[in-house]
Design a protein around this ligand. Structure first.
Ligand code: HEC
Ligand code: HEC
Length: 327
């Protein structure tokens, strides 16, 4: 990552001098604060992205029979038609149980430095087996899940093709590797914001550019930075109505109470509702709360409009994923 810049002082000063009609040179300083989204996130050493693995991962992602009820798959909550999330406040899983937390999108999740609101898993491989076993999500032991998959010739063949060196490839670590390989393909490059960063000046409206300046000048970029607009770090956030201890549940450290990992802002306009318990429906209200809580700042109405317009420019090209034909 780039070293922090004294953006709050210099950029504000520049903006004040030049007013709304800032020069192209001024805009360059803002552009430098950001990184366009690459087509693929970093791939770990054991994370071979073979076509066979990705295909198998796609089948498993849409496979409801690795849940106790036989009706809940990853795609139930991470629904491709709903921004790869569910658009409800808190996830509903096995037996209609409602969890404590909002479902984050899996789009661009390979760019995150840790997984889950509390960052309890370091990577997608570590994350993938959790929901299958979680009582309130898919509620299945890994042994049962492997037994079910083994019932199908199609799966035994697909695992052999994806893991040709394994004599007994239908096993939990390989389920995790395949799902993670698939998830690393779910990226949304080429948003208006990315095109603007790469030199297409017409890609973002004047209002969106104003919002981008406000985002930098007011310090949003201190936490929402890097290609995924998340520092993958944990920050204290008092969410009205939430009793979630956040990162504290992982570390047991009082300082981590109510701290949550910075979420991505990519596609944020289509991944409502917001925050760890999904209690905020409107993006404008989410921005307002961030200003108050994280920055101690009240935005004016037109500033909120501009920042929301900027956030709308972060909606990228959705991955084209064919729903698999399962056995
Ligand atoms: C019942 C709904 C539900 C199901 C089913 C489900 N998830 Fe999730 N997913 C969630 C919720 C809720 C969270 C946040 C949980 C937390 O932070 O503690 C989450 C978090 C994640 C994350 C972390 C994203 C981030 O920004 O940190 C990934 C990746 C993910 N799920 C992938 C999967 C995969 C793969 C499956 C299937 C094996 C799956 N999910 C099944 C609801 C669900
Ligand atoms: C100190 C770090 C920090 C700063 C500064 C910050 N954010 Fe956040 N942002 C976070 C964290 C952490 C969350 C997750 C909070 C939660 O749900 O518990 C978050 C969540 C959000 C969300 C909701 C995303 C979602 O999917 O639920 C939006 C929108 C957002 N921030 C926008 C902004 C804007 C705009 C600014 C500047 C006005 C800003 N943030 C400043 C750390 C920060």
């Amino acid at each position: 990552m780039r070293p922090a810049k004294p953006f709050a002082v210099t950029a504000t000063a520049i903006a004040l001098c030049l007013g709304a009609a800032a020069s192209a040179q001024d805009m360059d300083e803002y552009i430098e604060m950001f990184d366009p989204l690459p087509a693929l996130p970093p791939i770990p050493a054991d994370g071979t992205m073979s076509a066979e693995r990705i295909d198998l991962g796609r089948m498993l992602f849409f496979e409801p029979r690795i849940s106790a009820s036989g009706v809940i798959s990853c795609a139930t909550c991470h629904n491709p038609a709903l921004g790869w999330t569910d658009r409800i406040s808190r996830a509903t899983g096995h037996d209609g149980q409602v969890g404590e937390r909002n479902t984050p999108t899996v789009l661009n999740s390979g760019f995150l430095g840790s997984q889950f609101w509390d960052g309890r898993e370091p990577d997608l491989e570590g994350q993938a087996l959790g929901p299958i076993q979680a009582e309130i999500e898919m509620n299945m032991t890994l042994e049962q899940a492997i037994d079910r998959l083994n019932e199908f010739d199609v799966y035994r063949e697909a695992f052999s093709a994806a893991f040709p060196d394994d004599s007994d490839p239908v096993n939990p670590p390989n389920v995790a590797l395949a799902i993670a390989a698939f998830e690393r393909t779910l990226n949304t490059p080429n948003s208006p914001f990315d095109r603007f960063l790469m030199g297409d000046e017409a890609a973002m409206t004047e209002q969106q550019q104003n919002g981008m300046r406000l985002f930098v000048d007011n310090g949003c970029v201190a936490c929402h930075n890097g290609p995924n607009l998340s520092d993958s770090n944990f920050h204290h956030f008092e969410l009205p109505g939430s009793t979630d201890a956040g990162r504290y549940l992982v570390t047991g450290d009082e300082l981590d109470r109510s701290a949550f990992r910075t979420p991505t802002l990519r596609n944020v306009a289509v991944t409502y509702p917001y925050f760890n318990n999904g209690s905020v429906r409107e993006l404008r209200d989410a921005v307002n709360l961030m200003g108050q809580q994280m920055l101690g700042h009240e935005f004016a109405e037109d500033e909120l409009d501009d920042i929301v317009a900027f956030l709308e420019s972060l909606t990228g090209e959705m991955p084209e994923v064919e729903v698999p034909a399962l056995p």
